[in-house]
Ligand binder design. Structure first.
Ligand SMILES: Nc1ncnc2c1ncn2[C@@H]1O[C@H](COP(=O)(O)OP(=O)(O)OP(=O)(O)O)[C@@H](O)[C@H]1O
Ligand SMILES: CC(C)(CO)[C@@H](O)C(=O)[O-]
Ligand code: BAL
Length: 290
């Protein structure tokens, strides 16, 4: 595995690989502090490509809360070991000056409801502006055929897909399922900042999602009772959601009943740590009469 710090070096490594006959380039963008969720993305990339590129960059422009940026875990050495073991060929780990040199002045903005609601409302428009900008820059630096993103950040996935389509970036965006700990908590780099007590309270988030999914499986399709059941579980753990949303997965428009796939998404602060998770609810088919 080669560790690469600059964009020209990355372009050269890419050209070298292509000259050697490696045509399929898979890319996994991350902010590091790698966990099994990231590794599942790398496995998907490894299975489908000749060259796997991983980027690790804690992008300052997508953090709208400076204490969140300061506290973001950074574990570069352990990350490099995990990446090499996962079969990464090129680890792109630039510093901020490489991606935002003096005089940098360009922002990529995906406008409209995809970025105004949920995470956009909670973290501010700057979050998705910073994310879209860095993902564009990373895609241009890596020029991958496929980029692998996690469904845990469902809204990010939608925003990236919109942006790639709008800008005509020739990269397929592959969505990978959310990897969870055995107890159901979605893996997240921020989980290391939870105390033991906070971590057990945080379990209310996947349990609330599971409760909504279980009710749908039992044939409850109105959102009101689903919301009530999920809210009760969160409240019992003293977790106040920033949002508990039931929305159309492609448009994020709110729904009142589950007549097709519905994204149920939660953001909640547990102690100092803001966590997100989601599940797609699918209505049970109505049995047809003989
Ligand atoms: N549990 C998970 N399962 C699958 N993919 C994940 C998981 N957690 C993160 N990812 C994906 O990994 C990529 C990099 O995410 P990132 O580095 O922000 O990790 P993270 O653990 O989500 O961090 P944080 O939750 O602290 O923002 C994103 O595409 C994200 O959706
Ligand atoms: C896609 C990403 C690497 C851009 O900084 C980040 O938002 C993340 O880790 O999900
Ligand atoms: N996991 C999405 C990137 C972020 O939290 O900023």
């Amino acid at each position: 595995m080669r560790i690469i710090r600059t964009i020209p070096e990355l372009h050269a490594a890419r050209a070298e690989a292509r000259a050697a006959g490696a045509t399929r380039v898979g890319f996994v963008p991350t902010m590091g502090a790698l966990h099994e969720g990231h590794l599942s993305l790398l496995r998907a990339a490894r299975a489908e490509n000749d060259v796997v590129v991983l980027s690790i960059f804690v992008n300052p422009t997508q953090f709208t809360d400076s204490s969140d940026l300061d506290a973001y875990p950074r574990t570069e050495e352990a990350d490099a070991e995990l990446a090499a073991a996962a079969g990464v060929d090129l680890l792109f780990a630039p510093d901020a000056a490489e991606l935002y040199p003096a005089g940098y002045a360009t922002t990529v903005r995906v406008a409209g409801p995809l970025t105004e609601t949920l995470e956009g409302a909670g973290r501010g428009q700057g979050h998705f502006d910073g994310m879209a900008t860095i993902v564009t820059k990373l895609l241009l630096a890596v020029l991958p055929g496929t980029a692998y993103l996690g469904q845990k950040d469902a809204q990010q996935l939608l925003v990236v897909r919109r942006m790639v389509a709008d800008l005509g970036i020739p990269t397929r965006i592959a969505a990978c399922p959310t990897a969870r700990d055995q107890d159901g908590l979605a893996l997240s780099s921020r989980n290391v900042r939870l105390s033991t007590a906070e971590r057990s309270r945080a379990l209310a988030i996947p349990r609330a999602l599971e409760a909504a999914a279980a009710l749908v499986a039992e044939g409850v399709h109105e959102v009101a009772p689903l919301r009530e059941a999920a809210s009760e579980i969160l409240a019992a753990a003293d977790v106040a959601p920033e949002y508990l949303a039931f929305v159309v997965p492609e448009s994020l428009a709110p729904v009142e009943s589950v007549t097709g796939p519905v994204l149920c998404a939660i953001a909640a602060r547990v102690g100092e740590v803001r966590l997100i998770d989601n599940v797609v609810l699918t209505p049970t088919p109505v049995p047809t009469k003989e």
